[in-house]
Design a protein around this ligand. Structure first.
Ligand SMILES: C[S@@+](CC[C@H](N)C(=O)[O-])C[C@H]1O[C@@H](n2cnc3c(N)ncnc32)[C@H](O)[C@@H]1O
Length: 202
């Protein structure tokens, strides 16, 4: 991880009030669309969205899921998400502090589907592997990961990510970590040379 958890949390809290207005890149929008499409919860499913931010993925899934749980390390992002839930009277969504490797889920809560979009790339590859092991231990039937990830070699002339704060993995590294944790990869969406969506099932 290029920054500590507290530094990432503070950085996102500072950006929280304008975050939604600034997410207009084609790659981000395509990842949101593909994560939502592949998550495909039914009305009996509980979905956990990790690194939920202001809830871009989480809110999209409330119309089909039974319940959506958002977890994030940034108080500011979580406050924005909760405000949207209050204003829009969305009742089957909840937000609280939680991190990839400690998602803060009660042992009596069954998680059916886990999603994450544009968040896991803040972890180092070893930390991603640990996070994926934790995700697997929650026994979701599906994990949908949209993120900055390298399908080829990153082009230093055209940085898609910020090397001072981001630490993306290659698709191969992610696939290895997912399959080692017991997932089968059932779909891969190429969005950009440096962004995509992986669908993993167990
Ligand atoms: C670029 S935003 C993406 C938010 C949202 N998923 C979306 O698609 O708009 C990244 C989010 O990941 C959160 N984050 C970073 N590291 C995290 C960690 N270790 N555990 C949980 N959330 C984390 C940040 O606080 C931030 O809200």
């Amino acid at each position: 991880m290029k920054k500590t958890l507290d530094e990432h949390a503070e950085r996102f809290s500072e950006a929280a009030s304008t975050y939604d207005d600034e997410q207009d890149s084609a790659a981000y929008c395509m990842c949101v669309r593909d994560v939502v499409t592949h998550a495909a919860p039914t009305s009996r499913d509980t979905v956990l969205d990790l690194g939920t931010g202001t809830g871009a993925i989480a809110f999209e899934l409330t119309s089909t899921a039974d319940r959506v749980i958002g977890r994030d390390i940034s108080t500011g992002m979580l406050e924005q998400a909760q405000t949207k839930a209050n204003v829009e009277h969305v009742e089957n969504i909840s937000f609280a502090e939680g991190r990839f490797r400690e998602p803060n889920i009660d042992s009596d809560t069954d998680i059916d589907i886990i999603t994450s979009n544009f968040a896991m790339h803040h972890l180092s590859d070893d930390e991603k592997r640990d996070a994926i092991a934790v995700i697997s231990s929650l026994e979701p039937r599906r994990f949908v990961l949209g993120d900055v990830m390298f399908f080829g070699s990153p082009n230093p002339e055209e940085p898609f990510y910020d090397p001072s704060v981001d630490d993306p993995a290659t698709v191969g590294t992610l696939v290895d970590a997912l399959t080692d944790a017991g997932f089968a990869i059932t779909d891969v969406e190429f969005v950009h040379e440096q962004a995509g969506v992986l669908v993993a099932e167990q």
